[in-house]
Design a protein around this ligand. Structure first.
Ligand code: ATP
Ligand code: MG
Length: 446
């Protein structure tokens, strides 16, 4: 409290100069040091500035540093054109057709460099029938570049040379106050690009800052505009949410704002079933934890988890109705994926992995004979086992089964032999036996 108060007084007592329409926040006020910028981003801004161009670190990285979070990556904005940037850095390439960006490579680090752009005036803008901007890639100056960005916190330009922040929309004050505010008229900006509604939810959840009232207000009314966003872009945004490290907060916030419809069509159904909600929450928490520990997360695993309650419920229904388990599983998997894809295009390349994970779940029930050994050899055993653990944690599979597989994987040959259940136990065994007993009926016919 006192610290906050002193900061305020201190802030007021410092003079903030202005250059054109920008407020220039000095290092003594914001405290973000050059050393906090990545090696590659510093090289890029230094190189471009030495060649006579303007160059700043911009966007999420500046915002995250002000909020004392570790930035995911460092983007650079400059007045040099993509070709000019290329000429300064040998190890670079121009990417993208619509927005031409330059990737500059420094070993493992890739710095994305964008040329200042401007928003196209309303009369020249190409929009779709719903007002969505189809093109906004005209070059501009820094002030124009700031105006086309989404939130004030995302429109801050940090110069690693002088350690100053250029701020055109009071983004510094908003960030310090923990407020996410749309630049310009929020309703107009959401119409131009409805994905900004999802970004608002994701960034406020991820950063733990609140959506300013006027920024939040139109979202409820405008959410249907999300229907016009191309599927690939929806998937991109959905993945960013799920892999943000705060997926639980993101999804909860989406639901609160009634934005979740259409993203994962089954999310509503799933959430309504107590079992499903528990499972998905566990899967999301698990992902968040893994990301916090810098472990990898596979999108296929995550989607497999999100869709599992639907697959499982439908499969059980069919098996109870007399369908053959494996055949029913294949049908259900295809149907669930088709239904999901009608809205959000989970890339086909994930299909195989999702199906493998799902199919493996039945095989985990088989703890006798050669079957467990064959399952251990499965190239995706690890993912399948992690998935089983989620099912155990949610109460859908027995805890004992998880423990059995946990031990069996690393057990000695002798121990494994002891652990194997005698042939003929377990549901699947009994089912398999049936056809074998058939010849008996022919014997009866003798
Ligand atoms: P993250 O931490 O998820 O990377 P970010 O804000 O850096 O968050 P990016 O998608 O990397 O998000 O975008 C970089 C910058 O580009 C943003 O900070 C913002 O200034 C601008 N931007 C991104 N998407 C939009 C959009 N839909 N409309 C306007 N500006 C955008
Ligand atoms: Mg970013």
């Amino acid at each position: 409290m006192i610290k906050k108060f002193l900061k305020r007084v201190f802030r007021k007592s410092l003079k903030v100069k202005t250059v054109g329409k920008a407020q220039v926040i000095p290092f003594s006020l914001h405290g973000v040091a050059r050393e906090q910028i990545s090696y590659g981003a510093k090289k890029v801004t230094d190189g471009l500035q030495a060649a006579g161009y303007q160059a700043y670190v911009v966007g999420g990285a500046v915002r995250d540093l002000l909020l004392e979070k570790t930035p995911k990556d460092f983007d650079v904005a400059t007045d040099a054109t993509p070709e000019e940037v290329r000429r300064v850095f040998r190890r670079s390439r121009i990417i993208g057709r619509r927005f031409r960006l330059v990737h500059v490579m420094f070993g493992e680090e890739v710095v994305e460099v964008s040329t200042f752009r401007r928003m196209i005036e309303a009369e020249d803008a190409q929009t779709d029938a719903h007002g969505r901007l189809l093109r906004d890639n005209e070059f501009g100056d820094q002030e124009q570049d700031a105006a086309r960005r989404d939130f004030t916190a995302n429109a801050l330009y940090y110069d690693p040379g002088t350690q100053e922040i250029f701020d055109y929309h009071r983004g510094y004050a908003d960030t310090r106050d923990g407020v996410l505010r749309m630049i310009g008229d929020p309703a107009v900006r959401y119409r131009e690009d409805p994905v900004r509604m999802l970004r608002a939810v994701r960034l406020s959840a991820k950063l733990g800052i609140k959506l300013e009232a006027a920024t939040a207000a139109p979202i409820g009314k405008m959410k249907d505009l999300l229907d016009n966003v191309p599927e690939a872009r929806m998937l991109d945004e959905m993945l960013k949410m799920l892999l943000s490290g705060n997926s639980v907060e993101c999804i909860q916030q989406l639901r609160k704002m009634d934005l979740h419809h259409g993203l994962l069509p089954m999310l509503d159904v799933i959430w309504a079933q107590p079992k499903g909600e528990k499972f998905i929450k566990l899967a999301l928490h698990n992902t968040d934890d893994r990301l916090r520990q810098d472990k990898s997360v596979s999108p296929a695993f995550l989607f497999a988890a999100l869709l599992w309650p639907e697959v499982q419920t439908e499969w059980e229904k069919r098996v109870k109705g007399g369908a053959r388990p494996i055949g029913a599983m294949h049908d259900v998997m295809d149907e669930v994926l088709a239904k999901q894809k009608s809205r959000m295009a989970i890339p086909h390349r994930h299909d195989a992995v999702m199906k493998e994970i799902w199919l493996m779940q039945q095989r985990f029930e088989q703890c006798s004979g050669q079957r467990p050994f064959r399952l251990l050899e499965h190239p995706r055993f690890r993912a399948g086992f992690d998935f089983l653990l989620l099912r155990c944690a949610s109460g859908e599979a027995s805890g004992e089964l998880g423990l059995w597989w946990d031990e069996f994987q690393d057990a000695s040959t002798e121990r494994r032999a002891e652990m194997l259940q005698p042939e003929g136990t377990g549901e699947k065994k009994r089912r398999r036996r049936k056809p074998r007993s058939k010849p008996a009926s022919s014997a009866a016919a003798e």
